[in-house]
Design a protein around this ligand. Sequence first.
Ligand code: BES
Ligand code: MN
Ligand code: ZN
Length: 499
Amino acid sequence: MEFTIKTATPEKFRAGILVAGAFADGALPAPTAVLDKAADGRIAALIKRGDLDEKAGSTLLLHELPGAAAERVLLVSLGKAEDFGDKAYRDALGAAAKALSASAAKDAGVLLADTDMAARTLDWRLQQAARILADGAYRFDAPKSGKDAKKERGAKKVTLLIAGKVSAALETAVRRGQAIAEGMALAKDLGNQAGNVCTPTHLAHTAQALGKHFKFDVDVLDRDDIEKLGMGSFLSVARGSHEPPKFIVMHYKGGRSKAKPVVLVGKGITFDTGGISLKPGAEMDEMKFDMCGAASVLGTFKAIARMGLPINVVGILPATENMPGGRATKPGDVVTSMSGQTIEILNTDAEGRLILCDALTYAERFKPACVIDIATLTGACVVALGKIPSGLLANDDELAAELLRRGTDSGDRAWQLPLWEEYQELLKSNFADMGNIGGRYAGTITAACFLARFAKSYKWAHLDIAGTAWVSGDAKGATGRPVPLLSEFLIGRADGKAG
Ligand code: BES
Ligand code: MN
Ligand code: ZN
């Protein structure tokens, strides 16, 4: 999708479709009022008649509106004026995105960003608009045969219309939104890919291709190198699989050479069968999404590289399958992690933490400003929080607060759970320094407690994206989350705003 910002008179804008907002009580934001005037009050009359549902995001498509140069006008409800905020604005954009992607119109004008909001700037509104509209055009090129496999449809050229002057800052906001959508698209593509296609080797190739294109360094460590580093915990997960494991490290250097990097660690289990503690068969196909943490790091790298963000970021992706097999790790096996701490593997299905702990130890060498790991780690997180926020746990409250705030700003929210010392005792083992599971209760917290033991030497936060990385059912597919949250976090850091 191609974006331009333009100062324009709404009624004269020529395009296949023009998107205009309207409040539920019939009040019209400035640009829609102009359009309504040119149409002799037709819009106000339709709303009065009740043709546009009140709920934010409801739409009404008008053809050949008198006085308007656009072929079609899509009216989008902004909900009640007194409730208008982030959610209603995003719902309206989401509806517009859906309509644009299905429309026969080739080009579009969008007036929505020109709606005043008490708490949000025009920059913010434009960045959100670009991101949500571009993301709405995402299609997974599924390997389907037949003639409807690839049908091109939808508006490709979008003009964001504003009343005031176009400035460099506004252009930056739109580019950022677009870059984030591009990062999400990469994360979604990787997640949606079948497990026999998106292997650890495929993740490594993707990282290398990104590095080549955007000129940043990528190291891919193979089994021998991983063994030499002493990552006994990571390798214990890879034992049951015939797919070679990969330990992928990306170095994006946009900042000053001495500036400490932010380190992002992404869980890259390209298929999670559970191992010898085999999962039940129902919906096991969805365990191809168990690499969405790694995919979100790759997506975020694509976004920040596209933006040319002045910041240093290291990405670490431990990648392997978790399979049962003759050489697979068995319940009761004891392994030694890179940190030297020993682990009794009581359940081979709690494998995410086993690959992440060695990556967290590896992260120490970068003397990080902070480390954030992203993982589809626990089913318990979906039980606790559902599929709305990602779970957030941290050993530093300021870092947690910063992430919560960037979640709200980006609309890709997280919710914090406690990481109290009292939970640590649930991990005790009779045969090693710790077990890899904590029993029936507080599964998301005990998983984070396990990781915390490997993240003591820096500020660290953990995002459990088990509920947010993909959706099930008819619309089954990866969401690209938390690329918006991570990108917004890094933008904030690059702009010099930590809080
Ligand atoms: N990848 C799963 C977590 C998961 C399960 C994410 C379902 C999304 C939906 C993870 O490796 C896992 O299997 N976790 C176990 C941990 C348990 C054995 C302590 C779980 O959540 O059941
Ligand atoms: Mn598992
Ligand atoms: Zn898993």
